[in-house]
Design a protein. Sequence first.
Length: 394
Amino acid sequence: MRVWRGWPRFTFWHWTFGILTTLGVYAALIRREYGWGTAVGARDSLPWGLCSGLNVFCGLALSVGALTVAALIYVLNLRQYRTVLRVSLLAGYIGFLVAAITLSINRQFGSGTAAGFWNPGSILKGILWSVILYGFLVFAEITPDVFGLSHRRVANGIRVITVPLALFAWGLAVLQQSRMEKLILMSPGAFSPLWATPRLTLPFLVSAVLLAIAVTIFAMKHICGTEGACLSASQRSGLTEVATLLLLAYLALRLADFVERRSLSLLMNMRWENYLLALEISLFLGALFVIMRPRGYSSATNLYWWSVLTIAACVANRLNTSITAREAVVGFNYVPHWTEFSIAFGTIALGIALFTLGTRYFPFASPVTDAARDGVAKVAEPQVPNCDRARSGI
């Protein structure tokens, strides 16, 4: 007979999740009743707001970057980064879900949405197809450990499926992000040239990979508790090298774009958007400084703070590209409505909760041993046979 032990104890984060999701559901109902413009205070001159910039643009960036990381690990057969692959895939899948839920809230709720599900030109329908395909990829990746299929032939068979599936899912994700880029570039002069550039695709892709790596490192730190518990010394060194190269490449691309368009004079204007651009670039430079500090290549603390600064920098880039660039042209000071805060952060809270449940109940991340974490292989001590012990009186 089970003994009643009282109600479960709720922590601060449980209450925060409950409040944010409740407010998000209430704001979504207001959107259904009165329309999106009334719910979030959007205007025709500035249709994108916090929900689009934070949830859709950042969610797509996270999913594209995660699939890029996964495709490279699959193609290059980097088995030592299997934990990084799984955590990155889960984070990218949650990013896709957050973007899909936000876009669904932004549409009319009705029976007509199912009939338009096959429309290939819709961004929402493309994201929904990507979510389905991405889900198959995540399921195929964790299937051997969930069902105990450790045989080599089974693993090779699953690899035959996951490699083309990852490449196809990556292509779909890049296609959805390129559609968002076309919305910015299709109307020349509608967005500030500080962010709207014909060379937007490559910086967007590089920053998406940076965001995926940073979110993966940040999540693994909190999943495993202690610094470096999920990453060995060689893994941290490899991730640091890749992160440094990507940061340098991103900053070089941004600078080359300004030089090619002869737009360096725009950086000298004392305007609000210039200050926000300076903040964005400062975050990227701060991340580069942190990761290139002495002993940064072997420090889990430096790698963690690099991930924090990189996440902040990439989020600032997407918000500036989607909101500030338009705000600078129309001269409209955008202030998010409280319902928009509720929808945006309520959806993000739901995504974080799903990620936490996924890492808790499924084998996405596992701590490495002390020897692997330190990069030292343990050597087994020779055992003394029992007969020798008997002769020696041991």
